[in-house]
Structure formats: C-alpha cells, structure tokens
Design a protein around this ligand. Structure first.
Ligand SMILES: [Cu+2]
Length: 475
C-alpha cells in the first residue's frame, strides 16, 4: 500500500486535529513544512447559467486532464471539467430547453450522467452514452422537474469509481418559480453555499491514489484526507444571518454523519429531488454516497465565532465557518416550503423486489445477477404507481439509486415510523444499513423507450462497478 508510505499524510491528519480544536485559523505552515495550509479558503465552483442560442440554453463543458493544488507546493494530477478539480455548477430553470455539451479531452472514454435529472433515457448520460476521447456529446432536453440540487458525474461501465475519484463531479441546481418566491438565502457562494464532500487517499508523491484492495471494494474505499469542493481544511467567511448549504456526499463509498461542533440545531429544507414540505429541525444528518441535503443554518447570534462542520462518525472536519461579517440583510426561512404530491402504498398496482447481495468482492449482484449491458432486467409501465421493495441481504451498508424517477420512502424495515422526517421529500437515492429493507413508492412518467434503458444500482461506486446494478425500460 504505497499510500501508507506517505509520511507527510500523518502531518496532514494532525493538522486537521490542530485546526479542528483550535478554531482560530492559526497558521501552522511551520508545523507541516508547508505541505498543507491550516486554513484554505473554500473554493466555490463557478456558476454557469447557460448561453442562449436560439432559445436553447447551452452549457459548454470540457472534460480534461489537469493539475490541482491540494497541498502547498505539490501539483496533483486530476480529471476535471473546465477547471482543475470537480466541475462548474450548472444552474437550470424548470421549463428551460437546454443543451449541455460535453467535450471529452481525456485519453479515454467516459460518460456524463445527470444524477437526479428527469430526462429521456438517451439523454441520461449513463453507461449507454459513452463519450469517446475527442468526441462531444450533448444532453438536450427540456427541464421538467421541481427545484432541487442534483449533480453530474461519469457513469462508464466498470470505470465510474475511478473517474469520479480523479475529480469528475459537479452540481446541477434546478430552480423554479416556487423556490425563487421563498425567503431563503439564495446568493450563490455568499449565503447559498455548495459543499461537495469527499475523502481521498494520496500516495507518497501527493497523487490521488485509486487502488482499492479486494477488501476495500467490499467494505469501502474510505480515504483518510477529507476534501470540500477540492479544498483540504477549508474555511469560509459568512455573515451573521441564515446561510444555506447544498450538501452532496461526493465520496465513493463513505457514509457521513454531519453536524456542527457545537451541536447546534439546523433546518433541513430539501432532500435529493425536492424541498421538504416544512423545514425539519435536526442536529446531524446522515448522507450516503450521492445523497444530497439542503440545510439552513442560523448564524445570527454568532458574530466573530468559528463553527466547525464535520463528520462526527470519523471526527474529521469538512469546513470551518467563520462568522466575520455583520449584515442587516437577513432572511427568514418560512415554516411552509411546498406541497408534495405523495403517492400512497394503496395506489400501487404492483410490487417489484430487489435484493442486494454479493458472492465475493468482485461480484456484486441485484436479484442474483450482476449488471449486464445487454439485459433489460425490468420493464416498467409508464404512469403506474409501483412499490419497489429493496432488501439488503448483507450485514454491510449499501444504498439504492434509481435513474429518472423520484421516489417516496414509505417504510423502512416494514414500518413508516422508521422513515426519518428529513427523508420525506422526493429522493433518488436511499441508504440501507446492514439487512435493511426499504419500501419505495415509484412512478415513471413522461418518457418511454422499449430499447433504451435507465439504471438502478448501489451508489457505493466500487459496488456499482463490481456489478451491483441493473437496467429498466419505461414502456
Ligand atoms: Cu453497495
């Protein structure tokens, strides 16, 4: 394991502890020999709103090799979209006609999937829409969903995990009239902050190390360096007001339990694919890979304080929030956010069952079979309300992601009471801890094709690449 020879990594880790406890922004560059700054300003991915071409909003994106500075004085090879790590945030508006144009300047084939986007299967950007080296592929569609925070990432068979790990991921913000009318923090990068949370291993040269062992493919490839928007040990300055964070678990296989170090209560306002009907007060939030949460945190009484946002499961920091600015421009998050059309179990016309299993580290399965690009595993009629019952037959964590559809979690382990208040919005990814069963209400709408499939899969990327995936058509 070459990464365990990365002597300076222990210094980086100790810096986390130093800054995590100190909270004052001490310059520790003398301690680590300049390897990593104790405080690095959080990078905000650039916001692309599209260029109008004959009524179509065009987003031009180049997938490329790059170098990125994770550690002071070290240049790390990455994959990125336009920049040096990760990708711009795409802002889409419900009803807009868009063309998202991806040009692949890598030396290898990849894809770019709009995770959470409700689009025709051939615009999904998943395994059946490869973008060869040198080619351009466009996702063209009319935005047809409610406000939410989605994301885009590669989805090439067997290579998804590695391509995401090297840096290919970005957010897609979908807006609509309803959310724009709410008194929410909405100034991107100022009081509306995107947070892409990841963990990575680096080798002795400071290079990204994607070399999971068979055991790590099974149990999770949990990097020891935490990264927020591509920044290690990040801080942000905010004003003494409500601040909204759009949080993506962008890791390959780590489940985060996120909280603030003072244990404060904050409000979750959105799940993967919608607002919650009312803000849900919580003190921590569990996010498995690919899940998103929008939260609003009230810093109005915190002027000159520093609060840490962290994963309490591993006691590591993702962000140091410094409340340094005074403002009178406040917002008051309303108590009613939206009304959701929640289908009920008794509306369902059939039940499909999905069982997650493995026969070994390289052979993960759903319903006893591994992903096969030429097999359509399920054919789903348009507009039928269905129950999808997903069972994790293993003692370890998984999750389950369905393309195209936005589902409601009706039950966990047979009981509605086990569904958390903050997962009662529309979801596209649901967490299953060992031996869990979740009951989902699913309805496929708008787009049909008997030949072009969508995918469902575990979003622990090593599991997905090892076969825990299947295909369905909507007909
Ligand atoms: Cu899994």
């Amino acid at each position: 394991m070459k990464r365990r020879n990365f002597l300076k990594l222990s210094t980086v880790t100790s810096l986390w502890l130093l800054t995590g406890c100190g909270g004052g922004g001490t310059n520790s560059s003398g301690v680590d020999g300049g390897l990593a700054n104790s405080t690095n300003k959080l990078t905000i991915p650039p916001l692309l709103t599209g260029t109008d071409v004959n009524g179509v909003k065009n987003y031009d994106l180049t997938i490329q090799k790059a170098t990125h500075t994770f550690f002071t004085g070290l240049s790390t090879n990455t994959y990125a979209v336009n920049g040096t790590y990760l990708a711009p945030t795409l802002k889409l508006t419900n009803g807009d006609e868009v063309s998202i144009n991806y040009t692949n300047k890598l030396d290898e084939t990849t894809t770019m999937h709009g995770h959470g986007m409700h689009v025709p299967a051939d615009m999904d950007g998943a395994a059946h829409q490869p973008i060869e080296s040198g080619a351009t592929w466009s996702a063209k569609y009319t935005v047809n969903q409610r406000a939410c925070t989605n994301w885009y990432h590669p989805h090439l068979m067997g290579k998804t995990a590695e391509h995401v790990y090297k840096g290919l991921a970005g957010l897609i913000i979908v807006e609509d009239d309803e959310i724009n009318a709410l008194d929410l923090p909405k100034e991107y990068g100022v009081d509306d902050i995107p947070l892409i949370l990841q963990d990575r291993f680096f080798d002795s040269n400071g290079q990204i190390d994607y070399s999971p062992s068979r055991r790590e493919i099974m149990m999770g490839y949990h990097g020891d360096v935490f990264i927020t928007n591509g920044v290690i040990n990040a801080f942000i300055d905010v004003a003494n007001k409500e601040v909204r964070f759009r949080i993506l678990n962008g890791s390959n296989s780590t489940v985060y339990d996120l909280a603030f170090d003072d244990g404060r209560t904050f409000k979750q306002i959105g799940t993967d694919n919608s607002l919650l009907e009312s803000p849900v007060p919580i003190t921590h939030i569990r996010l498995s890979p690919a899940e998103r949460a929008e939260i609003v945190v009230d810093f109005s009484s915190d002027l000159n304080k520093t609060i840490l946002f962290k994963d309490v499961a591993q006691n590591k920091n993702f962000l140091k929030v410094k409340v340094t600015k005074e403002t009178i421009n406040t917002t008051t998050t309303p108590n009613t956010l939206t009304t959701l059309n929640r289908h009920t179990l008794d509306q369902a016309v059939r039940t499909r069952t999905f069982s997650l299993s493995a026969s070994g580290p390289g052979d993960f399965r759903i319903n006893g079979v591994s992903m096969n690009m030429s097999v359509i595993n399920e054919r789903v009629p348009l507009n039928d309300v269905e129950i999808w019952e997903v069972t994790n037959t293993m003692g370890m964590n998984h999750n389950f992601h369905i393309h195209d559809s936005h589902f409601i979690i009706a039950k966990r382990n047979g009981s509605e009471a086990n569904v958390l208040e903050n997962e009662k919005g529309y979801k596209d990814t649901v967490f299953l801890s060992g031996n869990d069963t979740v009951t989902l209400i699913v309805k496929m709408t708008d787009f049909t094709s008997s030949t072009k499939p969508y995918m469902y899969h575990c979003h622990f990327l090593e599991h997905e690449d090892a076969g825990m995936m299947g295909q369905f058509t909507v007909e």
